[in-house]
Each structure stands twice: as C-alpha cells, then as structure tokens.
Design a protein around this ligand. Structure first.
Ligand SMILES: *Cc1c(COP(=O)(O)O)cnc(C)c1O
Length: 360
C-alpha cells in the first residue's frame, strides 16, 4: 500500500506500563504511577459535583465550538474568545499546527531533548527537523535562532521543558521573540505553566508578537488527563487558520464540562502548586545529600542522574511497585524522570533509591 514513506520509519508511542500490568507481573497490591506527570492530588472537587449533576444526551454531537469552556477560559485569562482554540489534549494541537504548516521542503526548529511529539508530527508531515542541544537543561535560544532560515515554519519552545523542568527566563524569551522573523510561528508549550512558582505572564507577548502561539493543558495541574482537553492562545488571525485544520468535534461533552468547572477553581490549582513545590524541595535535599545531579525543576517532575543505566533504575523501582520513566528514551540514558507524587509516595521512592544506591 501507499503509506507515506515517513510513516514506515516511525514507531508508535510506547505507553508506560499500566498499574494493572505491574500488579500482575510483580504480585504487588500497592502500585504508584509516577511516570506521566499527572497531578497526585487529583482534581477540583467541583468536578465530581458537576459530573454527578450532568444531564444531557450522549447521542448528540458535542458543541463543536466548545462555547462554555471557551467563555470561562477567555474570562479567567483575560483574552478574547476568538483568541482560543481547543483540542483533544495539546497533543492534538501539536498535530493541528504541524498539519497546517509543515510539509516537505519546510523545516522546524526545536530543542533536544524536549517533548517528543513536536518531532514526531514534523516527521509525519515530511518536514526537516532541526534540533538544538539544551545547555544545562535550558533551551539554547541563541543557537535555535541561527537554525532559522527562509524555509523554517515553526520553532518550538517548551517552558518548563519536559524532561528537564527548566523554565526559560522572561528576558531571554523576549529577546528571542524580538529576533525571530515575523513569518515564523513560535509555539510556546506551557503544559506546566501553573506549576511555576514565580511565573511571568506570557500572555501579553501574544499582543506584541503576532507569530506566537501559547499552548496549555488540563492534563497536568488540573488533573484531568483522561478527559483530553488542551488549548492554544494566539492572535485571532492565527486561531482562524488553526480552526480550519481542527476536526469539528475534537473535544467531547464531558471534557468540555469538567474543564469549564475546573478552570473556575484556581484555589485548587494554587494548592497543588504549593504542595508540589514543598515535595520537590525534599527531592532536591535528597539529591544533594547523595551527590546526585538533578535539574532544578519548575514542573511536577524531576530528572535525576544516577550515573548508571536509566532502565536499570526504572526496572528496580518497578519491582517495588513504583512506575517512573527511564531517561533512556528521553535522551538522558543514565537518568530517570520521576513525577513528584504525594508525600508518602515520594518517601517510598527515595527509600527504594537508597536501597539501589547501596547495592551498586
Ligand atoms: C504532557 C505534555 C503535553 C501533552 O499534554 P496533553 O495531555 O496532550 O494536553 C504537552 N506538552 C508537554 C511538554 C507535556 O509534558
């Protein structure tokens, strides 16, 4: 058959082991998943309330305009409703943007390592991928700028960056936006924005730089990953273009309902941020105590270098019922990326790590 030749060289996304898999394989009762940066504190209690009271038909298509969540998001962020596009997770928004812009003969610039879906979608569209090594976990914006030429369509900036957790400083981002040609789209992926302790407001950049799209999600701090809702913020003109590439009913009725409720509960968001920061600090302390290199993180995960095979670390933790991501598939072969969980979960992880470190 006539598959795109790019597809033939790609592997499907490899999901981590599920809690059920690990339970069966290791005969354990208590499994903790700390591999995909979900919120260990769950989601706003208002969401359960809304789901209980949900009264509608599952027969009809959802609101293709996502009007309710659009209205709430516009009001909470202080942007125009026409400056928003909603998607089936930001994963889908990455796909929509790539599909709308990339093709053979064009190129796209991104950091390395960063969130793998930018590259994956670019490859499917047949575009050239230009990757620029991180410096100390941070985007090398200077070098990324040098990679841009007349065929560059998109530059991706992931901040805080997954998997390092590094948050691009405001001054550097602004200097970068000043220099990127105005016909090159800059996508700022802020999936972990709400976790940043002292964030700068990136939304005013939308007014100043019409070539900027900001992406955010309900999968991380809002704790609603299974509902698959993400969104983009940009100029009305850019959003209109992206709308043309968006499938008409890409967010579903329950996703629209729960996110519009969750968005109004910013107290829950603030509490999750504070509790995460407290627990993250304990990991820092642990790393310093054991002389382990880590990247200071503005997200709800930490990348720790154990100076030995990352798969081995992940495998050992798995045998203790703790699912984390080996750094091997993330571009850090001797590290592991661990989602910051609840206090007792993190203690379990650190105790297991102590065990493995004495058993070298
Ligand atoms: C998790 C994540 C996403 C994808 O989130 P969705 O669930 O698809 O909204 C996007 N970017 C980064 C950096 C992430 O870590």
């Amino acid at each position: 058959m006539k598959w795109k030749k790019q597809i033939l060289g790609l592997q499907p996304y490899q999901p981590g082991k599920s809690i059920e898999d690990v339970k069966k394989e290791y005969q354990l009762d208590s499994i903790v998943k700390l591999a995909s940066n979900e919120n260990p504190y769950g989601y706003s209690p208002k969401v359960d309330e809304a789901l209980k009271n949900f009264e509608s038909s599952y027969v009809l298509y959802p609101d293709g305009n996502a009007s309710e969540i659009r209205e709430v998001t516009a009001s909470v962020l202080g942007v125009n409703e026409k400056q928003l596009v909603f998607s089936n997770g930001t994963d889908e928004l990455i796909q929509i943007i790539s599909r709308a812009m990339l093709e053979h003969g064009k190129n796209t610039v991104m950091a390395k390592p960063t969130f793998p879906q930018y590259r994956h979608n670019a490859v499917i569209e047949g575009a050239e991928v230009r990757e620029v090594e991180l410096i100390d976990g941070y985007h090398d914006l200077h070098q990324m700028l040098l990679e841009i030429d007349e065929n560059t369509a998109i530059v991706w900036v992931c901040s805080p960056n997954n998997p390092t957790g590094s948050y691009t400083p405001k001054k550097e981002l602004q200097a970068f936006l000043e220099k990127v040609p105005s016909d090159v789209l800059v996508v700022l992926d802020e999936a972990y924005y709400e976790y940043v302790e002292e964030p700068y407001d990136s939304l005013p950049f939308i007014e100043k730089y019409p070539n900027l799209v900001i992406m955010r999600t309900f999968s991380k701090i809002y704790g609603l990953a299974s509902f698959r809702v993400g969104y983009g913020i940009s100029s009305e003109e850019n959003i209109q273009r992206l709308e043309s590439a968006r499938p008409p009913f890409n967010t579903n009725v329950l996703g629209q309902l729960v996110t519009s409720v969750a968005m109004t509960d910013q107290d829950f968001v603030a509490e999750s941020r504070q509790r995460n920061a407290l627990e993250r600090e304990k990991y820092y302390h642990f790393c310093r105590e054991h002389n382990l290199h880590f990247y200071p993180s503005e997200g709800n995960f930490i990348l720790i270098d154990f100076e030995r095979d990352g798969d081995e670390i992940a495998q050992f933790l798995l045998s203790k019922g703790l699912i984390v991501r080996s750094g091997k598939a993330l571009g850090f072969p001797t590290s592991a990326r661990i989602t910051i969980g609840l206090e007792e979960q993190n203690e379990r992880v650190r105790n297991a790590l102590k065990e493995i470190m004495v058993n070298v």
